[in-house]
Design a protein. Structure first.
Length: 246
């Protein structure tokens, strides 16, 4: 089992990307059903104000710190996490693993034309992945046909990009229906695979200012970035006033 550390009531993976990928690989080999949350500060913020969503996040097998804001918060609460593990990077590692072992993968999320292009590009880069199927993300939460398809094909990896909190709720609400599979919420990653959104260059990522790059490229996201700052400020304020619990 990977080491974890509690931040704001949620147990985060405290390891590096290779250790995490190795552990998930073991679980694929053992057909162990697994729920992975890639938690950014906005997810933590919502979990702080919505107990039912917090429970959903707490029910995951692995929660990874996706965003420098989570690392900053972990330091403020006195439970410092090693490093940011970006959801997109984890997805890339898992796709590469799936390619090496011809694992069966399903993709759910994004707009119809986006998921088409994303799957096309993934197929080109990872030709040995066994693609079980894909579906856009504008679905009825209770749509049984997607569940049936994933069940029938006994999928090894399911990437769910419905944005938060929908993706975590979809996984948590359906998990008991599946026998196996790694289920992971991947936010807007399909938009990146479809070349609709560009990831920040490596230097920006290394400097932990990927959020600034996204803001410059998509100024309409300013409210979301503001939310992240407000989240950090709230944690800081709780620390100053002694209200902070791990
Ligand atoms: N999305 C979806 N179904 C919905 C709402 C959103 O599939 O009902 C998709 C949307 O098209 C986008 C992703 O969810 O691909 C959310 O992207 P965003 O950039 O907001 O996510 P982030 O990575 O910031 O969490």
């Amino acid at each position: 089992m990977l080491e974890t550390k509690k931040v704001l009531g949620i147990s985060f993976v405290h390891s590096n990307m290779n250790q995490l990928t190795d552990e998930l690989h073991e679980r694929i080999k053992d057909s162990k059903k697994t729920f992975v949350v890639t938690a950014n500060p906005e997810i933590l913020k919502l979990a702080g104000s919505q107990p039912s969503y917090k429970k959903t996040i707490q029910s995951a097998d692995y929660v990874i710190p996706d965003g420098i804001g989570v690392i900053v918060a972990s330091k403020l609460v006195g439970s410092p996490l090693h490093e940011r593990l970006a959801g997109f990077d984890l997805m890339t590692q898992l796709l590469s693993l799936a390619n090496d072992h011809s694992y069966r993968v399903f993709f759910l999320g994004a707009k119809p034309e986006v998921i088409e292009d994303a799957v096309h590009n993934i197929k080109k880069k990872y030709p040995h992945i066994d693609i079980a199927g894909y579906h856009h993300g504008y679905i009825d939460e209770n749509d049984q046909s997607i569940v049936d398809e994933i069940q029938k094909k006994e999928v090894d990896l399911v990437f769910v990009g419905l944005g938060f909190p929908k993706q975590e709720e979809w996984i948590a609400n359906h998990l008991s229906l599946f026998k196996k599979g790694i289920f992971i919420g991947v936010g807007g990653s399909f938009d990146v695979w479809a070349n609709r959104v560009k990831r920040a260059p490596k230097v920006w990522q290394a400097l932990n200012i990927e959020w600034l790059y996204r803001l410059l490229k998509q100024p309409s996201r300013w409210k979301r970035i503001l939310n992240v700052f407000q989240f950090i400020f709230d944690v800081f304020f709780m620390k100053l006033t002694g209200q902070l619990k791990k």
